[in-house]
Design a protein around this ligand. Structure first.
Ligand code: HEC
Length: 156
């Protein structure tokens, strides 16, 4: 993995001049189109203590370096990139995403995030979908402020 990662990364760094810098400060991932069919996919994996534990291990190995231990987008490698890794503890952002959408993004990746289509199995990626959703406070759990006056999040 390390040798590959290094090669891959140098390619990415070379490609970072392509106008991505302007979005560095934003937390909402914009303009990442996800096909409707992909958005509608249902997660076949239930979020149980054992599937979440499995996903946590995969996350530690493949994702923390960018997304951080608590999913805040503040992993040790995050400062290397001009695009900030997504913050999974942002309940508002997470609420907007369907499981299928998260799965699609993990599968495809987008620079600097690698594609995990070949690195992880479908099942591992669906487990990760459940896992990344655990970083955000549950809707309604913290009722002050955001969400209190909003229309309820759409169901999927
Ligand atoms: C090399 C750093 C890096 C690694 C490793 C990485 N990501 Fe990312 N990830 C990013 C960046 C940067 C973005 C934002 C991409 C953009 O805005 O175009 C992102 C975005 C995402 C998104 C989309 C969030 C949204 O708001 O649309 C998801 C979901 C995600 N990552 C999950 C993962 C998971 C799960 C792993 C591990 C299997 C992982 N990432 C590994 C850097 C990384």
């Amino acid at each position: 993995m390390t040798k590959h990662a290094a090669v891959w990364r140098s390619g990415v760094l070379a490609g970072l001049g392509l106008g991505l810098g302007a979005r560095g400060a934003g937390h909402r991932v914009e303009n990442w189109p996800v096909p409707l069919e992909a958005r509608k996919l249902k997660n076949p994996v239930a979020a149980t203590p054992s599937t979440l534990a499995a996903a946590k291990a995969v996350f530690q190995e493949n994702c923390v370096q960018c997304h951080g231990e608590e999913g805040k987008g503040d992993g040790p490698e995050a400062p290397m990139y001009s695009v900030k890794p997504a913050n999974f503890s942002d309940a508002y952002m997470m609420r907007e995403m369907t499981d299928g959408e998260i799965f699609y993004k993990i599968t495809e990746g987008r620079m600097p995030m690698p594609s995990f289509k070949k690195r992880l199995t479908d099942e591992q990626r669906w487990q990760l979908v459940n896992y990344v959703k655990t970083f955000a406070p549950k809707p309604g759990a913290k009722s002050s402020g955001v969400g209190a006056k909003k229309s309820p999040p759409h169901k999927h």
